[in-house]
Write a protein that binds this ligand. Structure first.
Ligand SMILES: Cc1cc2nc3c(=O)[nH]c(=O)nc-3n(C[C@H](O)[C@H](O)[C@H](O)COP(=O)(O)OP(=O)(O)OC[C@H]3O[C@@H](n4cnc5c(N)ncnc54)[C@H](O)[C@@H]3O)c2cc1C
Length: 813
């Protein structure tokens, strides 16, 4: 064995497909001084036994972009490296057995068209013609993706490893990283162990590609990497006479099954609804190319369906029953990026059974992020900064991954909630809300009332692509906010206190808006990156000369904390997560002032408490800080109440106004979309320029310097690339969720970034970007717009200004 270097620019830990791809792409990006350490043999963890399905269509534009990149890369790898990869574009077919699944497939076909993936909607008879072994009894419809493929996963990884070596990377097997070493919050290298003894490599950058070992390795450095292995099954028949080698991959999600022709045999793989978590007490030290025990009882329901769906399973002998472990994450999305806890600690792990198709693109994106200092495009969906520290809890993970494996093939209904590992984070008034009919959803571990059931109404979601069972509840809540008043519990907001001598200067340096404001002022601002992209969208309230409170979405809190800490530099300010200290009750609507007057002696008039200001108030027998802001487009106050007084304040309000409408998160969303308020992660991301997003009003033109300023000035000179429009469907019946296609003068121009029903405006409302380069607003607005929903196009009215209360008169009423 060649000698392991004592110094490297980057050390990649793990020689599965993920590590091999990261090493390949780092070397390709010019970081040739890269070392990959693998504890046993390359691919010996999960990679060697993957089924090798390469499906390009994923849930969003950028995930599809990465999967497409993988498919393109793998097609050329054999010629590049001489390693046979088995990559063949046999195409894929997905069939629906229910009308709801058919709607999902048709919506996915629209998504494919937006992202330029070739797709065909086909009838059951056409599916049969393409796939003679398929029994089409009960098949409602299907879609075919002719450019999808299949490959030999282990050889894909070996080809990537060879490609990395060809560019100078050094790869060592039999070298276990025992510790990532750090100093002063930064990576300094790795300690490793080989048969010859221990060693150390000095490096500023390490990439944890440790697959199902990744969580425990990360934990040693206090890094949160919430993933957990599950048993994952497939079986392979004996050779089947006459099986066409070009048989496409077939997915029958309603029967939790996929089928792949494999060297004249047929493979049947399972995504069963309740999976079997594995490896809770750690993974055996000598685990290498291992398999797990057969479990016929567990697999039988899938096989029974298969014998009907593909009758060849009734006669073909079984050659292999395979069970191997793979890591799954709490939200079925993998992790990429730099861990917020330790500088230089990068991650590419937790692939939820799509690691082969994902790793090509993910490796390329991560290498770009490491070498260029920023991701190539918005990667929030898979960003490690979405992980919550509590999620490394093993009991939580074990229960959750038993569900997430199956969710991959479940109906992906809008608003679908997970059912396992619930109740970890709760508002102090959770039980009061439950007693009043709250139906909860979960985000970042927080239980949040999504809607309120009426007396006697079932408190469960009935999911559908059409109007769900809470549609009328949402309408009643929405209209109460528009016409009277409604109370939301928004305790899940992330709250960050920034305090110290330089707090103001620091915030001014990273914010688009002016932060040096009077005490009590609330500023709506963006954090921009140096491309003018939006890293965060938040309000910041000046609490005192030296203390500020930033309020951010619960889901982005860790990311926002990480961004602040990474940009603090030498400024003297302490950044503290104070989320759990205060609850937030939002009283919104034209009658909110009268309601507040019943429980508080303070002055809530425009003169006494103007918009954009926070004041301490007496409420009931306690205190709150009332912030006059809104995310629903109405007169209203957000009441920040210390956690211990929250139940009292809630009771005081409800006693004073017993008929006050309690409102859920679905209503917050429908109201904000009706008012065209942007939501970070949907309508605005680090890839979206603040001016394209129509948020130029949050950018101070007077501040001489702040992060992103030059990018704003540049875009002002060069003109906007795109503009964010609001749309309303003329037909009040269809619904918009997101990812429907915006069609301009007959041509698809992009996805709907967020959608909901505008109960006040009387139709589905969506937002989304349209090209704007060199065009006037008249050009843009005079075009003919339609929105494509599941293959059907619906006429839409487009607007640059919010359709609801365009001058925001109601907010300042
Ligand atoms: C039954 C089954 C079918 C699948 N089918 C598909 C499919 O059709 N398509 C698809 O895209 N995906 C599929 N997958 C998923 C895919 O196999 C995985 O997502 C992928 O292999 C994960 O790759 P990885 O590199 O993250 O993990 P691994 O392959 O497990 O690699 C991690 C490596 O890190 C090494 N390591 C860990 N700790 C250390 C340390 N401290 N020091 C040094 N080395 C270390 C391990 O030895 C291991 O080799 C399937 C998985 C299973 C189980």
């Amino acid at each position: 064995m060649a000698e392991i270097p004592t110094k490297a620019r980057a050390v990649v830990i793990g020689g599965g497909v993920s590590g091999c791809s990261v090493a390949y792409h780092l070397a390709k990006a010019g970081w040739t001084d890269v070392v990959l350490l693998e504890r046993r043999k390359l691919t010996s963890g999960t990679t060697w036994h993957a089924a090798g399905l390469i499906g390009q269509l994923r849930g969003s534009a950028n995930m599809t972009r990465l999967a497409k990149y993988s498919a393109d890369l793998y097609r050329g790898l054999e010629a590049e490296t001489g390693v046979a990869t088995g990559m063949r574009q046999v195409g894929s077919i997905s069939v629906a057995l229910t009308a709801e699944r058919h709607e999902e497939l048709l919506r996915q076909a629209t998504v494919a068209r937006i992202f330029d993936v070739e797709v065909h909607e086909i009838s059951p008879a056409e599916a049969k013609a393409k796939y003679p072994h398929l029994n089409i009894d009960g098949v409602v419809g299907a879609v075919a993706l002719p450019l999808d493929g299949q490959c030999d996963p282990a050889n894909i990884a070996m080809a990537l490893a060879k490609g990395a070596r060809m560019r100078g990377a050094k790869i060592f097997e039999g070298a276990t990283v025992t510790k990532v070493t750090t100093a002063g919050g930064r990576v300094t290298g790795v300690d490793y162990e080989t048969a010859e003894g221990p060693g150390h490599i000095e490096a500023d950058v390490i990439v944890n590609c440790g697959g199902m070992w990744g969580r425990d390795l990360a934990l040693q450095n206090g890094v949160t990497l919430p993933l957990h292995a599950c048993e994952h099954f497939y079986l392979i028949t004996e050779p089947v006479a006459g099986l066409d080698p070009n048989t496409p991959v077939l997915r029958v999600p309603d029967e939790c099954a996929y089928y792949k022709q494999d060297a004249g045999k047929m493979m049947l793989g399972a995504f069963e609804p309740k999976a079997k978590p594995w490896g809770m007490d750690g993974i055996r030290k000598d685990f290498e190319f291992d398999t797990l025990p057969e479990d016929w009882d567990h697999f039988m329901p899938i096989l029974e369906h298969a014998m009907n769906r593909m009758p060849l399973f009734q006669t073909a002998g079984i050659h292999t029953f395979f069970n191997g472990p793979e890591s799954f994450t709490p939200d079925d999305r993998y992790y990429l990026g730099e861990a917020p806890e330790v500088k230089g600690y990068w991650i590419a792990a937790g692939y939820n059974s799509i690691g082969i198709v994902s790793s090509g693109g993910a490796g390329q994106a991560l290498a770009h992020w490491i070498t260029e200092g920023e991701p190539p495009f918005d990667l929030w969906e898979v960003d490690i900064r979405r992980a919550q520290p509590f999620q490394k809890n093993r009991k939580y993970l074990k229960e959750r991954v038993s569900e997430t494996l199956g969710l991959l093939y479940a109906d992906h209904f809008p608003y679908r909630q997970v059912v396992t590992s619930r109740g970890v984070r709760r508002s102090p008034i959770h039980d009061q809300l439950a007693a009043r009919g709250a139906v909860f959803g979960e985000v970042a571990g927080w239980e949040r009332a999504n809607w309120f059931a009426n007396e006697g109404q079932e408190r469960e979601y009935r999911y559908s692509w059409k109007r769900q069972n809470w549609f009328d509840n949402n309408r009643a809540e929405h209209m109460a906010v528009r016409e009277a008043a409604g109370l939301f519990d928004m305790t899940s907001f992330g709250k960050i206190r920034i305090e110290g001598r330089d707090a103001c200067a620091f915030l001014n340096r990273i914010s688009s808006a002016q932060m040096d404001v009077a005490v009590g002022r609330i500023v709506y601002t963006m954090f921009l990156n140096d491309r003018g992209g939006i890293e965060a969208d938040l309000t910041v309230t000046r609490l005192s000369e030296t203390a500020f409170l930033a309020v951010v979405p619960g889901a982005t809190l860790q990311r926002n904390l990480a961004w602040m800490r990474a940009n603090l530099g030498d400024d003297f300010a302490v950044i503290t997560d104070v989320t759990a200290a205060e609850s937030v009750l939002c009283l919104m609507g034209p009658q909110s002032r009268e309601v507040l007057a019943k429980v508080s002696p303070n002055d809530f008039s425009n003169a006494g408490h103007p918009f954009g200001n926070a004041k301490e108030i007496e409420i009931g027998m306690g205190l709150a800080r009332a912030h006059r802001v809104t995310y629903v487009g109405e007169l209203g106050w957000e009441l920040y109440v210390s956690a211990d007084q929250t139940a009292h304040v809630f009771e005081a309000i409800m006693e004073a106004q017993p008929d006050l409408k309690l409102c859920g998160l679905h209503t917050l969303d429908s109201c904000r979309i009706e008012k065209a308020y942007r939501h970070w992660g949907h309508d605005i991301t680090d890839e979206d320029h603040v001016l394209d997003a129509g948020l130029g009003f949050t950018v101070s033109r007077k501040k001489p310097a702040f992060l992103g300023r030059e990018a704003v000035l540049r875009r002002e000179q060069q003109g906007l690339d795109r503009k964010l429009l609001q749309f309303r469907l003329k037909d009040p019946d269809p619904l918009l969720f997101h990812n429907e296609a915006i069609v301009r003068d007959g041509k698809i121009v992009g996805p709907v970034t967020s959608g909901a029903y505008g109960h006040f405006l009387g139709g589905a409302i969506g937002m989304g970007y349209v090209p704007a380069k060199g065009q006037s607003d008249d050009d843009i607005l005079s075009a003919r717009y339609e929105i494509e929903v599941a293959g059907q196009r619906h006429e839409a009215i487009a607007s640059l200004a919010p359709m609801y209360d365009p001058k925001s008169e109601r907010i300042r009423a």
